[in-house]
Design a protein around this ligand. Structure first.
Ligand code: ATP
Length: 339
C-alpha cells in the first residue's frame, strides 16, 4: 500500500488487561501537521511511543517514510527511525549546555552548522553556552525542539509539549513552536487532549477513542460532519434535533435542511451546533430561555422548545434575558444526521 510519512495499519498494544491501542489506523502525509486528539487514557501516548519505537506492537504494522519499522517480523530501533521527539518534560541533559544538548544527536562533522541553524530557527541564537537551569520553561522547550530538529528529521512527534508551561505563556509558546515546525517543513504528529489546540494548529485531526482512531479529518469537517454522536460531542457542544428524512432533505421542527449524509434512514436526529441557533425575542416564539451562562465573549443559553432543551451560543453583545420567549432560528444549510 502507498505510504506517506507515517502509516499505522491495525496497530494494537495491550498492557496486562488494558487494551491501550486497538487496531489503530493512522496516516500522516508528507508536510502534514496532524493532531492526535482524544480523552485521557484513550491510548494517544502509547500510539506515539509505538511509532517512535519505545514500544513494540502486538499486532499490525508501522511504516515511516516509506519503510516498515515494526510488525510482521520487522523491528527498527528508535534511534534508527530518524524521528524527532519532543516530550512534556523537555528531557534536556541538565549537565550539558544548550549547544551540547542540541548537538547531541548530530554527526560531528555537521554539528557546528546544524547547531547554528537550529538555534537561530528557534530564536535562541546566542544561548548556546547556557545550561538548562539558566533558561525559562518556554526557552527550555524551544531547546528541546531545536534538539529534535537538529538531525534534520523528516518527521517530528510531540507529546503535549507545552502542558508544563504556565497558562499565560502557553498560547504564545504554542504558536511560536508551531510556526517553527512549519518553517522547518517537517511532518508533525502532535498528541493533545485539547480540542481547541488541535483545531487551531492541525491540518488534520485524528480523533482517538478507546484505543481506536474513530475519525481523521480536517478540523472543520470533524466539527460539522462528525461520523458518530461520540465524535460530535467530543469536539463541541451539540444539539440533536429529531427529524424525518424526505429524499435528500430532512424536516425538523426548527426547519428543513439538506442532508450531508443521506443513509437511507427515515427517522434521524440532526446535529445543530449552538452557534447555529439564533434567538429572536418574540412573545409568540415557541422557545423559553431557561438558563443563561455568561462566558465573556459569548453567552450560552438553554432554551426549552416543545419539551426539548436546546443550547444556543450567542455573542455577549446580544442580550436575551432569562425567562424570555424567543423564536429559535437555525442557520445551517446542510446538516449531518444520526440514526
Ligand atoms: P493521557 O492523555 O492521560 O496522557 P493517553 O491517551 O496518552 O492518556 P496512554 O498513556 O496511551 O493514554 O494510556 C492508555 C492506557 O494504557 C491507559 O489505560 C494507561 O493506564 C495504560 N498504559 C499506558 N502505558 C502503560 C504501561 N506501561 N503499563 C500499563 N498500562 C499502561
Amino acid at each position: 500500500m502507498a505510504c506517506g510519512m507515517i502509516c499505522c495499519h491495525g496497530v494494537s498494544k495491550r498492557f496486562g488487561s488494558t487494551q491501550a491501542v486497538d487496531a489503530a489506523q493512522l496516516c500522516v502525509e508528507k508536510g502534514e501537521f496532524v493532531a492526535l486528539l482524544g480523552p485521557s487514557g484513550c491510548g494517544k501516548t502509547t500510539l506515539l511511543r509505538l511509532i517512535a519505537g519505545f514500544e513494540s506492537p502486538d499486532e499490525g504494522t508501522i511504516e515511516l517514510v516509506g519503510r516498515r519499522v515494526a510488525g510482521e517480523g520487522t523491528w527498527v530501533a528508535p534511534e534508527r527511525r530518524r524521528v524527532g521527539m519532543v516530550f512534556q518534560d523537555y528531557a534536556l541533559f541538565p549537565h550539558l549546555t544548550v549547544a551540547d544538548n542540541v548537538g547531541f544527536g548530530v554527526a560531528r562533522r555537521l554539528r557546528r552548522e546544524r547547531l547554528a541553524a537550529t538555534l537561530e530557527l528557534v530564536g535562541l541564537g546566542g544561548y548556546g553556552r547556557r545550561y538548562p537551569h539558566e533558561l525559562s520553561g518556554g526557552q527550555q522547550q524551544r531547546v528541546a525542539l531545536a534538539r529534535a530538529l537538529a538531525p534534520e528529521p523528516e518527521l517530528v512527534l510531540l507529546d503535549e509539549p507545552w502542558s508544563n508551561i504556565d497558562p499565560l505563556r502557553r498560547q504564545s509558546l504554542r504558536d511560536e513552536l508551531a510556526a517553527i515546525l512549519r518553517r522547518a517543513e517537517v511532518s508533525v504528529l502532535l498528541v493533545t487532549h485539547d480540542r481547541e489546540e488541535a483545531f487551531s494548529l492541525a491540518d488534520r485531526v485524528a480523533l482517538m477513542h478507546e484505543g481506536t482512531i474513530v475519525q481523521a479529518a480536517p478540523p472543520e469537517e470533524l466539527y460539522l460532519r462528525p461520523e458518530t454522536r461520540w465524535v460530535a460531542r467530543f469536539v463541541g457542544e451539540s444539539n440533536f434535533v429529531r427529524g424525518r428524512v424526505d429524499g435528500e432533505q430532512v424536516r425538523t421542527e426548527l426547519g428543513t435542511f439538506a442532508l450531508t449524509n443521506p443513509n437511507g434512514a427515515r427517522e434521524v436526529h440532526v446535529l445543530i451546533r449552538p452557534e447555529q441557533l439564533e434567538l429572536q425575542p418574540d412573545p409568540d416564539g415557541s422557545g423559553t430561555v431557561v438558563a443563561r451562562e455568561f462566558r465573556g465573549h459569548d453567552v450560552f443559553y438553554r432554551v426549552e422548545v416543545n419539551g426539548d432543551t436546546l443550547v444556543a451560543q450567542r455573542p455577549s453583545t446580544e442580550r436575551v434575558l432569562l425567562g424570555a420567549r424567543v423564536r429559535v432560528k437555525p442557520h445551517a444549510e446542510r446538516v449531518t444526521a444520526f440514526v
